[in-house]
Design a protein around this ligand. Structure first.
Ligand code: HEC
Ligand code: HEC
Length: 425
């Protein structure tokens, strides 16, 4: 490893007292983990590739997709650097403590032992933007891709872009809050994307106000298209194998449809997205840096299964009773059917099927289908709040809302059993 974090005597002093708050976890254990190279299994999968035949090819494609998901910007530096000048903002004022406070995550596996030790001992200054630049140089900030150039021994951030992992990955906090192993496909519900974008010096006050109104875990993927400000929760990108209806409103039949939408229209990647139903055709740049990456990117997401409920996180007896409620008196199974608990492959539903509707403006009305997809429920324990607008804080709230709006006549015991069942999926 040739990367070094800037460690000076001043920074030693600066950090000694303050970094305790951020890194108050078991550093000894984390140090062993990182020093022993508890990294990803990419190398292993590459070497087994040839022996595995067809399945091996899938694995190879997914491995390529994993790299794209984590590190590919599709040339979106044109937006985040040239237009929004986020490299200037980061260099001037985003130290690691600030970055963690807006929900950005650090990949502990990308940190060399010397850095881990430096954080442990307080020699690494978590209140210096230079440390953020060092972390970007290590590709350790989840979802941010920086180009760092060294001029006369000083590292400068010259380009920055974003990747899918920004919104659809988090970490397991095994090193410290916000620092740990990557969990790809898990929505980053701590991330305040709006507040991050609002730091751009290129935006006017009115636009900043909009971005600052979103809050953590939410993003409006249509604001820059239709000018309406009504963000949705960032959903997980796992558990989608076999579901041929993508997004809350089922706009696309496969993941690649939406991946192209986001890569071009939201991230600012170089390529084209066309959607006649929305009268939308957007081309960024003169090259297509998106299309060739979509098959691998899709293969990777389809390989991400929903995480199963942690042992002991739900009451099994109550979940058994809740299953009966789900399938009979709750009538949930009429829409949440099959292995993924959704009828998405058969039908979409009118806006009234969403317990978050009626809302003004309706999210469905802004979409290509004007309808809602029944949400798949595998792994639903993991990603509160619920419904596209996040209006149900807990799974108990979900049950209560359905009970009232659909006049199901469930008792409060039924509702808590139902919640235990949902927690087990
Ligand atoms: C700035 C945050 C952000 C970034 C970056 C982002 N997404 Fe998303 N993603 C969202 C939001 C918000 C939605 C919900 C939109 C909807 O359903 O209408 C979403 C929806 C999705 C879905 C649909 C999930 C489902 O249940 O059907 C997939 C798949 C997805 N994103 C994958 C990606 C990929 C791949 C990338 C990179 C090319 C990416 N996203 C980049 C915020 C983001
Ligand atoms: C008429 C079809 C239909 C029925 C019946 C139905 N749902 Fe849903 N469900 C949906 C739709 C559509 C959504 C997406 C709504 C949204 O995001 O605004 C959804 C969303 C959810 C979510 C949120 C998932 C997430 O990722 O945020 C949960 C949990 C849920 N339903 C549980 C239930 C339970 C429990 C019942 C029975 C009491 C039930 N549903 C009955 C169609 C239905």
């Amino acid at each position: 490893m040739t990367h070094r974090l800037p460690i000076s005597s001043e920074t030693r002093l600066a950090c000694a007292s303050r970094c305790v708050a951020v890194c108050s976890v078991t550093f000894a254990a984390a140090f062993v983990m990182v020093a022993c190279g508890g990294g990803s299994s990419d190398n292993g999968s590459a070497s087994r590739r040839d022996e595995l035949g067809a399945k091996g090819k899938e694995t190879a494609l997914a491995a390529q997709g994993k790299h794209i998901f984590r590190f590919e910007t599709f040339g979106d530096e044109a937006k985040w650097t040239d237009l929004l000048r986020m490299h200037e903002v980061i260099s001037a004022s985003v130290d690691p403590v600030t970055a963690l406070s807006v929900g950005l995550k650090v990949d502990a596996d990308a940190l060399p032992a010397a850095v881990v030790q430096g954080i442990r001992s307080g020699r690494v200054d978590l209140h210096s933007p230079a440390t953020t630049i060092a972390l970007l140089k290590l590709d350790a900030v989840v979802g941010l891709k920086g180009t760092v150039e060294t001029v006369r021994g000083v590292d400068r951030l010259t380009r920055v872009g974003i990747t899918c992992a920004l919104c659809h990955s988090t970490v397991d906090n095994s090193f410290a809050p916000g620092i740990g192993k990557r969990l790809d496909g898990w929505a980053n519900r701590d991330l305040n994307v709006g507040a991050v974008i609002a730091l751009s010096p290129a935006l006017d006050a009115a636009t900043k106000l909009v971005f600052n109104s979103w809050g953590p875990g939410k993003y409006d993927p249509r604001f820059n298209i239709d000018g309406v400000n009504k963000p949705v929760v960032i959903p997980p990108a796992y558990g989608l194998a076999g579901i041929h209806s993508i997004t809350f409103t089922g706009d696309g039949e496969e993941i690649a449809y939406w991946n192209r939408y986001v890569a071009v229209t939201q991230m600012g990647g170089q390529g084209t997205f066309t959607e006649p139903r929305l009268n939308l055709s957007i081309t960024n740049g003169t090259q297509d840096l998106v299309s060739s990456k979509l098959p691998a990117l899709q293969a990777y997401q389809l390989s991400l299964s929903a995480p199963s409920a942690p042992p002991g996180s739900f009451d099994a007896a109550a979940a058994g009773r809740g299953k009966a409620v789900f399938e009979t008196r709750g009538k949930c199974v009429t829409c949440h059917s099959g292995a993924s608990f959704t009828d998405a492959n058969l039908t979409l539903h009118p806006p009234s099927a969403s317990m978050a509707e009626p809302e003004s403006p309706s999210y469905a009305a802004r979409s290509a289908t004007k309808l809602y997809r029944t949400s798949p429920l595998r792994g639903v324990w993991q990603h509160a709040p619920y419904f596209h607008d996040g209006s149900a804080a807990t799974l108990e709230d979900v049950g209560r809302i359905y009970n009232t709006k659909r006049s199901l006549g469930l008792s409060s015991d039924d509702i808590s059993d139902l919640a235990q069942y949902l927690k087990s999926l």
